[in-house]
Design a binder for this molecule. Structure first.
Ligand code: PMP
Length: 387
């Protein structure tokens, strides 16, 4: 055990020295965008609760109802006895919302990505992954044993060059729809055109696009006018939809295949009924009230304009606005300055983002008031002046 102790302490000390050591900070939520931090109320500009649905009374009521009716847990895997009418209803709602033939639930977005890639891709295949893809997508490729080739971020020209250099019979392209740390959208039309030209399968993780972009928040495919049949779509229930869980949407044959072959589906317990019911409620609210997504877009616009006025250009239209500061030290200092003024935006450091691009990942929610956004921008102006 001595060597293990040495290894653990050594690694943690190295992280501490590089200002990269991570630590858990308890927060007590007091609303969709507010929480108590060390007893003080702070406004969050970092959460993925883009529509504030975690605290919508209708969502909470549906979760409570399911909890009472079906119990706290689902008791087993879907294929054993954990499959309830609620799970089926949520899969139908997701398929309807995304315009896909069918959908399949997973415990999280992370496992949905791992499941799709490890079940579909084999070790003789080649996967072309955007350089900034989320860890879950990379982990899925690693698990598949396939050759991983990374193309320049959002750059179809780089992809085309790499396709020529890496021929193969079964090739996949993997990208995020809205990039989690940069807030920009993938050029899906170009990627899908390349896929058609070279017979590639495209996997799009729309974790951050679901509920935030496209008509009624239907996501990045709807935003770019791409038919869901052209790609395999994954996503999460844990961001704009305010719950927990992941999903894959696609043709019936794909869903049937994953039900039989995706180990992270087969060998894990079904989602708890309360999470499933709250996600159904969230989708129904989105379908009935698309103005919620418009409110989010308006808040994103306000924040973007405010940042531009501070000399920070964040192109695009999503509610993720990165403020790249460079070193972990700089990002931490900005975080602490803002926290002292009641705004909570933790610094994002490598390896979550590439070295030299430590940042504040600012996110807005439909639940933020205009005053909260204006207050945050004023504090940020001071933070930048003090840096
Ligand atoms: N994909 C992306 C792009 C993400 O940002 C995240 C969450 N950080 C996930 C997948 C994982 O989703 P979940 O939190 O539901 O596991």
């Amino acid at each position: 055990m001595d060597w293990l102790q040495g290894f653990l302490h050594g690694t943690l000390e190295e992280l501490e020295l590089a200002r990269l050591k991570r630590q858990l900070t308890p927060l007590i939520p007091v609303g969709p965008v507010r929480a108590l931090w060390e007893g003080r109320e702070v406004v969050l500009f970092c959460s993925n609760n883009y529509l504030g649905l975690t605290h919508d009374p209708r969502v909470i009521a549906r979760a409570q109802e399911a909890l009472t009716k079906y119990g706290a847990g689902s008791g087993a895997a879907r294929l054993v006895s954990g499959h309830t009418p609620l799970h089926q209803a949520l899969e139908e709602a997701l398929a309807r919302f995304k315009g896909a033939a069918r959908a399949l639930l997973f415990p999280t977005g992370y496992t949905a990505n791992i499941a799709v890639l490890s079940a579909l891709v084999g070790r003789h295949d080649i996967v072309f992954c955007d350089r900034l893809c989320h860890a879950s997508l990379l982990d899925g490729v690693l698990l598949s044993g396939a050759k991983l080739v990374r193309f320049q971020h959002n750059d179809p020209v780089s992809l085309r060059r790499l396709l020529a250099a890496h021929p193969g019979r079964r090739r996949f392209v993997v990208t995020e729809g809205v990039f989690s740390m940069d807030g920009d959208m993938a050029p899906l039309r170009e990627l899908v055109a390349l896929a058609e030209e070279f017979s590639l399968v495209v996997v799009v993780d729309d974790a951050h696009g679901t509920g935030t972009v496209g008509p009624g928040g239907r996501g990045v495919l709807a935003a770019q006018g791409i038919s869901p049949e052209k790609v395999i779509l994954t996503g999460t229930l844990s961001k704009a939809l305010g719950s927990l869980g992941g999903f894959v949407a696609g043709p019936a044959v794909l869903i049937e295949y994953l039900t039989n072959r995706a180990r992270p589906f087969i060998f894990t317990t079904a989602l708890p009924p309360a999470s499933v019911a709250s996600a159904i409620a969230a989708i129904e609210i989105l379908e009935a009230e698309p103005e919620l997504v418009e409110r989010l877009a308006e808040n994103a616009r306000l924040m973007r304009e405010g940042l531009t006025a501070l000399g920070i250009s964040v192109p695009g239209e999503t509610p993720i606005l990165p403020l790249i500061l460079g070193t972990p030290e700089k990002a931490r200092r900005a975080q602490e300055y803002l926290l002292a003024r009641g705004y909570y935006v933790p610094a994002i450091r490598p390896p979550t983002v590439p070295p030299g691009t430590a940042r504040l990942r600012i996110t807005v929610s439909a639940a933020h008031t205009k005053e909260e956004i204006a207050g945050f921008l004023a504090a940020l102006r001071e933070a930048l002046a003090a840096a």
